[in-house]
Design a protein around this ligand. Structure first.
Ligand code: C2E
Ligand code: MG
Ligand code: MG
Ligand code: MG
Length: 276
């Protein structure tokens, strides 16, 4: 790779790499400060039953950087994981989500939990404290983890999940189908729910393969006694397909975008009217 003119002094490094490195470190630092100042917000996306009725919400973090504007969650979550501040961020998300959920007595609230956050030995205890402090019935909290959080650590993961499930907290396996998703793992893990990644929903209409994968995941879920949620539902045709396939719940722009807590309406939602 060619060196940039005038920057030859740093000839050992690739100039772009080193700029990127500095930018990444700066982002990590800005995020740390933002977490400390309580500058992040949560938005909530409706989760609906197959008939379109709202049954829950998923909490999703948002960060507006003072100069960069909105930073995408995958980007700032990665930065938080890199710097370790994901632990503070993640615990804040659970606490805030539990607090906000008090306003929606008929709904469950789901929070995403990162691998690093979940793997801490004290994780279960922290969630218990948050439930006690906020007074949210544990049955109304669902924690979403990806397989990265459990791989290589399955015994500890099972123990932590069971510890919280005894109280009634529910667990969902997020983004199912995108990783290595070993079936041997899945059989042993006490999840209440599998969330089919939105990439499968998006390709339902484009061919038989994605459709058969969806059917396979639904029957896998049934066989293991887990409910199945489809993510990224954007069209009435996708909803019809997924309902016929036996999916228990759906999420997607068809039913509602992630929105501020004040806009969540726990009353029953319309079925396919949301499309018009
Ligand atoms: P996720 O947990 O799988 O969340 C679903 C993502 O899909 C969200 O993106 C949501 O806005 C988006 N989405 C929902 N419906 C549709 C749809 O119909 N079409 C399309 N194209 N997208 C849809 P978002 O909010 O940008 O978050 C992306 C990912 O970042 C999340 O994926 C999750 O892995 C992570 N994330 C977000 N907030 C948190 C958090 O508080 N903690 C952790 N650990 N991860 C988070
Ligand atoms: Mg999620
Ligand atoms: Mg997902
Ligand atoms: Mg995702």
């Amino acid at each position: 790779r060619a060196k940039h003119e005038g920057r030859g002094f740093y000839c050992v490094y690739d100039v772009d790499m080193s700029d990127a490195y500095v930018a990444t470190k700066q982002l990590e630092e800005d995020l740390r400060v933002a977490i400390e100042n309580n500058d992040l917000t949560l938005v909530y996306q409706p989760v609906v039953a197959a008939n379109g009725k709202i049954i829950g919400v998923e909490a999703l973090s948002r960060w507006k950087h003072p100069t960069l504007g909105m930073v995408s969650p995958p980007r700032f979550i990665a930065a938080a994981e890199q710097s370790g501040s994901i632990v503070q961020l993640g615990d804040w998300v659970i606490r805030q989500a539990c607090n906000d959920a008090l306003a929606w007595p008929t709904l469950t609230v789901a929070a995403n939990v990162s691998a690093m956050q979940f793997r801490r030995p004290e994780f279960a205890q922290i969630v218990k404290s948050i439930l006690q402090e906020t007074g949210l019935p544990p049955q109304r909290l669902e924690l979403e983890i990806t397989e990265t959080a459990v791989i290589g650590n399955i015994e500890d993961a099972i123990a932590a999940i069971n510890d919280l499930r005894k109280l009634g907290v529910q667990f969902a396996l997020d983004d199912f189908g995108t990783g290595y998703s070993s079936l041997a793992y899945l059989r042993r893990l006490p999840f209440d729910r599998i969330k089919i990644d939105q990439s499968f929903t998006a390709s339902i209409e484009s061919g038989a393969e994605a459709a058969s994968i969806v059917h396979a995941i639904v029957s896998l879920g049934r066989g293991l006694g887990m409910k199945v949620t489809a993510e990224g539902v954007e069209t009435p045709d996708q909803q019809l397909f997924l309902r016929a396939a036996g999916v228990h719940a759906m999420q997607g722009y068809l039913f509602g975008r992630p929105m501020p807590a004040a806009e969540i309406e726990p009353a029953p939602a319309q079925t396919t009217r949301a499309a018009s």
